[in-house]
Ligand binder design. Structure first.
Ligand code: NDP
Ligand code: OXD
Length: 307
């Protein structure tokens, strides 16, 4: 029984140390596999071309929080996404940063600064800004509470939705059926959804039309959520006043793409989070142990729902 490690090489020494201390075998790269029948888990971002090469495979572990980049699993193979407080905290920090950037008109002031313009605009308190978080999962909830602590008027939307979340301070959570009401109260819309067949293209013309005029978009989900022509149209008509994007379609965004040159848009290159090697390896070890004990696999993905 062995884990096949297919993540970035700079993480390998940490994984090697943690797995070997736990008495587990790890192959680094497909070329290192002496016998495919030994491979029981694969940890990867980019999966092997042919999962069928590994007859005793029990689980594929995404080294990130998302799994949309992975193919359908062969029958009986579990799919696990890395659960790591570090990932969640990093994305939370990015969302707080992006929210403050739009709330305090930074794209406008950066543009004015480039022109040498000293021109103040009215400042709104955070209490007057309604933030809507699409996707109230592990990361959405964390971001919601941090933004609430900064006095923003925060609500979320999830698939199951309903009521308020269980944490102190409690944030109202709309259900899918109440999406119009949720969007109508989102001056700043934050997308922290997984990319699934249901959520692909969700950031499109219909959604933008349902937001208050001049709303801002903060997007750290996946490029596939965002309809780029609809974004351009919404910016050009003033429906959206600005956007901060960590994910785009395509990635990498080509150097000559219009989005790079739009002063209302700030882009980071999919760096809201990067998985810490120690957290990733510990998650993989927890998966291996759960499979061995027959207990619930941590980060187990519902392959029907796609997240
Ligand atoms: P979770 O699985 O914990 O949460 C997902 C949330 O989305 C849940 O609240 C779920 O609802 C909701 N949801 C799913 N489908 C729908 C739908 N059709 N309509 C409304 N709500 C829906 O995920 P995480 O919080 O851990 O991560 C979310 C995503 O963030 C990842 O999938 C990934 O795409 C992205 N991400 C991006 C990173 C970056 O660097 N840019 C880093 C890490 C993650 P319910 O609660 O009812 O199930
Ligand atoms: C992730 C990511 O899913 O980095 O963890 O986007």
């Amino acid at each position: 029984m062995a884990l096949l490690f297919l993540s970035t090489p700079n993480r390998a020494p940490v994984w090697r140390a943690i797995l070997s201390e736990a008495g587990e075998t790890m192959f680094e790269g497909e070329e290192a596999v002496t016998d495919p029948a030994l491979v029981t888990e694969i940890a990867c971002w980019v999966p092997p071309k042919d999962l069928g090469r590994y007859p005793n495979l029990r689980a594929v572990i995404s080294v990130g929080a998302g799994v949309d980049h992975l193919p359908p699993m062969p029958p009986g193979v579990a799919l696990s996404r890395t659960l790591a407080p570090g990932i969640e905290a990093m994305v939370r920090d990015w969302v707080v940063m992006a929210t403050l950037l739009l709330h305090r008109d930074l794209p406008l002031y950066i543009d004015q600064a480039r022109q040498g313009l000293w021109r103040p605009h009215p400042v709104q308190p955070a209490t007057a800004r309604r933030v809507g978080i699409l996707g109230m999962g592990r990361i959405g909830r964390l971001a919601a509470h941090s933004l609430q602590a900064l006095d923003f008027d925060v609500a979320g939307l999830s698939r199951s939705g309903g009521g308020r979340d269980a944490e102190p301070g409690s944030v109202p959570v709309f259900a899918e059926g109440d999406v119009e009401a949720f969007l109508a109260r989102s001056d700043l819309l934050v997308c922290l959804l997984p990319l699934t067949s249901e959520t692909r293209g969700v950031l499109g013309a219909g959604t933008f039309a349902a937001l208050p005029a001049g709303a801002g978009l903060i997007h750290a989900g996946r490029g596939g959520h965002l309809d780029m022509p609809a974004l351009r149209e919404a910016l050009d008509t003033g429906r959206l006043s600005g956007a901060v994007l960590d994910v785009t379609d395509p990635e990498p965004l080509p150097a000559d793409h219009w989005l790079w040159r739009d002063p209302r848009v700030i882009i980071t290159p999919h760096v809201a989070a990067q998985t810490d090697a120690t957290e990733g390896a510990r998650h993989a070890l927890a998966v291996i142990r759960a499979l061995r004990l027959g207990t619930t696999v941590p980060g187990l993905v519902d392959q029907q729902k796609g997240y």
